[in-house]
Write a protein that binds this ligand. Structure first.
Ligand code: NOJ
Length: 526
């Protein structure tokens, strides 16, 4: 008897080891990060929930209630964001990525007589405090608590590469890069007794990693993470935010910090939260970026995934500028090979550093198609706030800061809002969209038909961004039968009939309407 028990235990052990080594995942769980849908919010531009912090005493004079000076604070805050959580949840969003909320400089940086306030949050002075324009620790805790109660994770944008604008020869410029430790001054850029900063001038060679890491990004005082004081300060700071309940980090300016340090930073985070959602902004200019190899190395070794800039550039070319789908499919195939875990890449059509999609192509159909693509292709989709309300301002081509308008409405019935909601449900319902492999079934300039499959779950997506067209004889893994469009015609999609021919399942002929997205699946969504 005891022998049998032992044998049974050994069989179970071998079996589970085999499953792990095959990379088999628990297909019943929808709580894996790959099922996430992220919503990116710039706090200052979202919703003003507390007028009392619009122009705080300690940092007076940087608020513009008329929304005309795009480089001033406009009043959005943590209370406002908390109030709007039900609206965000209604889209099926499972994680909110918030712009940095650490305390930023209290004086503006004046360039050519123009005030530049740190409404965006990337000019820190104290990583251990909450920016007073956005609220208090209590407001932050309340935001996290409400998000969690609604099944939403909180991802904090964190910028440990630098403090704020500084000029070595002009200590009176802004706050002179000052760094504080919960209120205690550690140093400034021109009085750097603790050697907190690099003093090598601004970056000149943008293709040289060393230059990027050891020199100032623009005029931002570049922290030296190899200094033990800085290292400990930044790690203690991030632990503090995790102790306030955050679930993940979007790491700013990642290519400007040594990879080894980023790795140790990730380890610090994992030591306090082993399932933290970590991704980094490791900006790439496009497929020919000479630093692409480092980007891959970063994503594969540091413990941080990356925002998928490679795919982003191509999505904008294909849906925004009329390029053919072969580009998109090639990029998917190449990046799938290069990144160890392409399912954890963060996909997006736009963000706060580039013109919004509608500013490069004012065609809502194309934007819906692009959204449908990121919601169904590999990677975790991130939707930039307001996309679902067609928010955009095209001044100066829609470049920063015009890509950061104040959120104007919170309408839960726009086509984009409903689209995101329905596709979030599908993502959550099936591992096929979370970590299923992608097989291209048909690729032309205007038509892209791809299949995602995991186990028995199959999702087929057909996007036609051109005129009505009929495509024939397409192989599929879907079994013989009839499939209705999952989106019920929301994007003009059609129903499908799959036949069995020559021992293959086949779409003999399908007519795809102009500008349509059809989604066919054998997955039942509740
Ligand atoms: C990238 C951020 O996304 C951008 O908005 C910011 O200005 C720079 N990093 C510097 O922090």
């Amino acid at each position: 008897m005891r022998k049998n028990v032992k044998l049974f235990a050994v069989i179970i052990l071998v079996f589970s080891l085999l499953l792990t080594s095959c990379g088999v995942k628990d297909t019943t769980s929808s709580n894996v990060p790959e099922s996430d849908v992220i919503y990116q919010v710039m706090i200052d531009r979202f919703y003003n929930g507390d007028k009392s912090n619009d122009d705080p005493e300690v940092s007076k004079g940087m608020f513009d209630p008329t929304y005309t000076n795009w480089r001033m604070y406009w009043g959005g805050d943590l209370k406002g964001l908390t109030e709007k959580i039900p609206y965000i949840k209604g889209m099926g969003v499972t994680a909110i990525w918030i712009s940095p909320v650490v305390d930023n400089i209290n004086k503006p940086a004046i360039y050519n007589g123009e005030i530049n306030a740190p409404y965006h949050g990337y000019w820190a002075r104290d990583f251990k405090r909450v920016e007073e324009h956005f609220g208090t620790w209590e407001d932050f805790d309340n935001f996290v608590k409400t998000a969690h109660a609604n099944g939403i994770k909180v991802v904090l944008d964190f910028a440990p590469n630098h403090t704020s604008p500084a000029d070595e020869n002009n200590p009176d410029f802004a706050e002179n890069g000052a760094l504080y430790d919960d209120g205690k001054l550690l140093g400034t850029y021109s009085n750097d007794v603790n050697k907190l900063f690099h003093h090598n001038g601004g970056i000149t060679n943008w293709n040289n990693l060393k230059d990027l890491q050891d020199k100032n990004l623009f005029d931002l005082a570049d922290l030296d993470q190899s200094n033990p004081i800085v290292d400990k300060y930044l790690k203690d700071s991030i632990k503090l935010w995790f102790s306030h309940g955050i679930d993940g980090v979007r790491l700013d300016a990642a290519k400007h910090m040594p990879m080894e340090w980023v790795k140790s930073f990730a380890n610090t985070i994992y030591s306090v939260k082993k399932d933290a959602l970590l991704f980094a902004e490791w900006m790439l200019s496009g497929p020919t970026d000479p630093l692409y190899g480092y980007n891959i190395q970063f994503a594969n070794t540091t413990g941080f995934s990356v925002l998928d800039f490679m795919l982003n550039r191509v999505i904008r070319d294909v849906f925004g500028k009329g390029y053919g789908f072969d580009r998109l499919n090639d990029t998917i195939e190449e990046t799938n090979k290069d990144y160890d875990n392409p399912y954890k890449l963060i996909t997006f059509i736009d963000n706060h550093d580039m013109p919004r999609f509608l500013s490069i192509n004012y065609d809502k159909d194309k934007m819906h198609e692009a959204i449908a693509f990121i919601m169904t292709s590999r990677g975790i989709p991130a939707i930039y706030y307001g996309t679902e309300q067609y928010l955009h301002n095209d001044t100066n081509g829609g470049n920063d800061p015009y890509n950061r308008p104040m959120m104007e409405k919170f309408d839960g019935n726009t086509k984009a809002y409903v689209l995101i909601r329905e596709l979030s449900k599908l993502r959550k319902a099936t591992p096929a969209l979370q970590y299923g492999k992608t097989v291209a079934r048909y690729v032309s300039d205007d038509v892209y038909i791809y299949e995602r499959q995991y186990g028995k779950d199959i999702v087929v997506v057909a996007i036609n961004k051109g005129e009505e067209t009929t495509v024939k004889n397409i192989e599929t893994s879907l079994r013989k039968g009839k499939y209705s469009d999952y989106l019920k015609g929301l994007l003009e999609g059609v129903n499908l009939k799959v036949e069995r021919r020559n021992s293959e399942n086949n779409i003999l002929s399908i007519t795809l309407p102009k500008d349509s997205v059809s989604i066919w699946t054998n997955v039942r969504v509740k």
